[in-house]
Design a protein around this ligand. Structure first.
Ligand SMILES: NC(=O)c1ccc[n+]([C@@H]2O[C@H](COP(=O)([O-])OP(=O)(O)OC[C@H]3O[C@@H](n4cnc5c(N)ncnc54)[C@H](OP(=O)(O)O)[C@@H]3O)[C@@H](O)[C@H]2O)c1
Length: 281
C-alpha cells in the first residue's frame, strides 16, 4: 500500500514509520516538505503518489503553546485535518487521525470510553475535539484514534514525552517533578503495531476508537514504578503550574469497541514500560 505519514519526525510518527515501512511504500515528508496548512500541496501529493492511506500524526501538541496561540491551534489541529479528510475522500484514500483524552473534562473516576461526552477544558483539547467533529463531517469514513500520554525513545523536546523524559532523568539519578493526574501511558511502539493491525484486518473501520496500553495510573505512580524498576534513589515531586487548574485530572482511556472488532486490547502499561525502558539502556 502507498501510505503517507504526516508528522513522521514526531514521537509517534517515528515509530509508526518504522512499523509501516516493513510492508508498505511509505511517504514521510518533513514539516518543511509538506506543510499541512498548504491544502493545494496536500491535494497534489495524494494525487501524484496515489496515496491509499494517510495517517496524520502532525499537530500542535504543546499544551502551553496552544493556550497562547489558539488561532494557530485551530488551524493546525482542527481546520487542516478536516480539509485533508475531505481531500482524502476525493481520492478514495483512508484518512486516519490522532486525537487525545484531553477532549474530556477529566472529572470521571475511571477510564473514558468512546461513548463518553467530550468537554474540553484547554485550547489544545478544544482544537482536537473540533478537529474530530469536522473530520467526520467532511469524511465519515475517517478513523480517529484517541490515545493518551505517548512515550518512547524519541522526541525529547521539553514538555513532551513526559514519561520518556522521566525514564531518562531517573536513569541519570536526577529528581523528577510531575503532575499528579491520571493517565493511560501508551508506548508509541505498541500503538503503532495496533494501528497497523487494525488497518490490515479492519480496513473499513471508521469513527472514533480509543487505543491505549491497558490500565490507568497517576504520573507520580508511573515515576515510582520506573524508580523501583531501575532501583534508583531519586525524589519524585508533585508539579504545579499555571495550567494545573485547566488540565483534566483524568485523561485515562479504554475502548468499548475493540473487542467487538475482534482485535485484542494492547498489553498493560507496566509491561510496555519495562520494554520501553530497555531502549534507554
Ligand atoms: N504525545 C502524546 O502524549 C499524545 C497523546 C494523545 C494524542 N496525541 C496526538 O498524537 C499525534 C502525534 O503526537 P506526537 O506526540 O507524536 O506529536 P509530536 O512529537 O509533537 O510531533 C508532531 C509533528 O507534527 C509536525 N507538524 C507540526 N505542524 C505541522 C505542519 N503545519 N505541517 C506539517 N507538519 C507539522 C511537527 O514537525 P516540527 O517538529 O518540524 O514542527 C512534528 O513532526 C498528535 O495529533 C497528538 O495530538 C499525542
Amino acid at each position: 500500500m502507498n501510505v503517507l505519514i504526516l508528522g513522521s519526525g514526531g514521537l509517534l510518527g517515528k515509530y509508526l514509520s518504522g512499523i509501516f515501512e516493513k510492508s508498505n511504500r511509505v511517504f514521510k515528508p518533513s514539516h518543511s516538505e509538506l506543510n499541512i496548512l498548504n491544502y493545494e500541496e496536500f491535494h497534489s501529493f495524494i494525487k501524484k503518489n496515489k496515496i491509499e492511506v494517510c495517517i496524520n500524526c502532525a499537530g500542535l501538541t504543546n499544551i502551553y503553546y496552544c493556550e497562547k496561540h489558539p488561532d494557530e491551534a485551530l488551524k493546525v489541529n482542527s481546520y487542516s485535518p478536516a480539509e485533508m479528510a475531505k481531500i482524502s475522500k476525493e481520492f478514495g484514500c483512508k484518512f486516519i487521525h490522532l486525537s487525545t483524552g484531553f477532549v474530556f473534562n477529566g472529572e470521571k473516576k475511571t477510564e473514558y470510553v468512546e461513548s463518553d461526552l467530550p468537554e474540553p477544558k484547554t485550547v489544545y483539547g478544544f482544537s482536537k475535539y473540533k478537529g474530530e467533529i469536522l473530520i467526520l463531517e467532511n469524511n465519515p469514513d475517517s478513523l480517529i484514534i484517541r490515545t493518551d500520554e505517548i512515550f518512547g525513545y524519541s522526541n525529547f523536546t521539553p514538555g513532551h514525552n513526559v514519561i520518556g523524559f522521566t525514564i531518562k532523568k531517573i536513569l541519570e539519578g536526577k529528581d523528577v517533578s510531575l503532575y499528579n493526574i491520571t493517565t493511560s501511558p501508551t508506548y508509541a511502539l505498541d500503538l503503532s503495531l495496533k494501528i497497523e493491525e487494525i488497518l490490515r484486518k479492519k480496513t473499513n473501520f471508521s469513527g472514533i476508537l480509543h487505543l491505549v496500553n491497558k490500565g490507568f495510573v497517576s504520573y507520580i505512580d508511573v515515576a515510582k514504578f520506573i524508580k523501583d524498576f531501575l532501583k534508583k534513589d531519586v525524589k519524585i515531586n508533585v508539579r504545579n503550574d499555571e495550567l494545573i487548574e485547566k488540565i483534566p485530572k483524568n485523561c485515562a482511556l479504554k475502548s468499548e469497541k475493540l473487542e467487538n472488532l475482534g482485535i485484542e486490547i494492547m498489553p498493560t502499561f507496566e509491561d510496555a514500560l519495562k520494554r520501553s525502558i530497555k531502549e534507554f539502556l
